[in-house]
Design a binder for this molecule. Structure first.
Ligand code: GTP
Ligand code: MG
Length: 305
């Protein structure tokens, strides 16, 4: 017998949390930014760019997906910072409805296998093969062989190939993820793209510029602190940010000859902030020396890591 009842509007609306995990540098943050259509998570060529988990919210008239961008899972040397980063990943996996496991096309490493061992077995895990724009991924047969190899390592709920950087096949991925979420009303307002504060985003933007403009090792020996964040009456944001370094020598490198480097970092950070906050920004960045911070657990807690 046919029921022919008209369902109430939005009766099958879906909403839930999706963690994005993977080894460092596979493009997790780039992917999340493209999924939600705004740059809220910082990215760089260097591994270990993301330190805090960042929620990015995608909303349309059928679903709301809350993506949780996580730090790349650290498999190298152990120290307080790496342990804390991994703990952040494990915590992020705790409360989600689905997981996106990101690998770089044609590069399946020991570090990827280590992350696979941490994947949950009671919720769907979608394999995402990123960076398919790269030359080595253009051979279809080789790419299929690669996908088979990764799929043999875990019981994935499905697979999508994308290029996060070029925004390729992102809509396919969204469509694949929606059915994995529970039927639920949206949890956040439809115009909200992140639950992170402007203060946090300002700090992250400065961190991204440090990664961009400093050498290989230096950004890891630094941390960024927002000392003051005020919204003036005319809508102007007044932001004071301190960069913490380990040694005096690092301070010199960061400031640069005639203050050039620090100036470039703060100018670029200010422009990014104005775009993201959609308002004028006054930004002051300066440098403080605090040694040994990366191994100081208590200090990491103070920083909220
Ligand atoms: N060619 C290409 N490069 C990409 C793609 N996606 C990301 N990248 C680059 O890969 C690098 C790392 O990207 P991120 O998004 O910072 O990587 P991540 O996985 O978040 O890295 P961590 O936070 O350090 O773990 C950056 O230089 C990106 O521009 C892609 O689809 N194609
Ligand atoms: Mg990242």
């Amino acid at each position: 017998m046919e029921m022919n009842l008209t369902p109430p509007p939005g009766h099958d609306y879906r909403c839930g949390f999706v963690a994005i995990v993977g080894r460092p540098n596979v493009g997790k943050s780039t992917l999340m930014n493209h999924l939600i259509g705004q740059k809220i998570s910082i990215t760089s060529k260097k591994a270990q760019t993301t330190r805090h988990k960042v929620n990015g919210i995608y909303t349309d008239d059928t679903a709301q997906l809350v993506f949780v961008d996580t730090p790349g899972f650290q498999t190298d040397h152990r120290n307080a910072l790496n342990d804390r980063l991994n703990q952040n990943v494990t915590e992020a996996l705790g409360g989600v409805d689905a997981v996106v496991f990101v690998v770089e096309a044609m590069r399946f490493t020991e570090a990827d296998r280590t992350v696979i061992k941490q994947l949950p077995r009671h919720i769907p895990v979608w394999l995402v093969v990123n960076k398919i724009d790269k030359d080595k991924a253009k051979d279809r047969l080789a790419l299929q062989g690669f996908i088979d190899e990764v799929q043999a390592a875990f019981d994935f709920a499905g697979v999508e190939v994308v290029s996060a950087k070029h925004g390729l096949r992102i809509a396919h991925l969204l469509a694949a993820l929606k059915p994995l979420l529970p039927v639920s009303v949206p949890l956040y307002p439809s115009d909200m793209v992140t639950d992170k504060s402007a203060r946090f985003l300002a700090m992250e933007i400065v961190r991204e510029k440090l990664f961009r403009y400093l050498g290989e090792e230096l950004p890891y020996a630094m941390n960024v602190e927002v000392e003051q964040f005020e919204e003036a009456e005319n809508g102007l944001y007044r932001i004071y940010i301190a960069v913490l370094v380990d040694k005096d020598s690092q301070k010199g490198i960061l400031i640069g000859k005639g203050g050039e480097k620090l100036k470039k970092i703060s100018t670029e950070a200010r422009l990014d902030m104005e775009k993201l906050f959609d308002t004028k920004v006054f930004l002051k960045v300066w440098v403080k020396v605090k040694s040994g911070w990366a191994d100081d657990i208590r200090f990491l807690r103070e920083l909220g890591l």
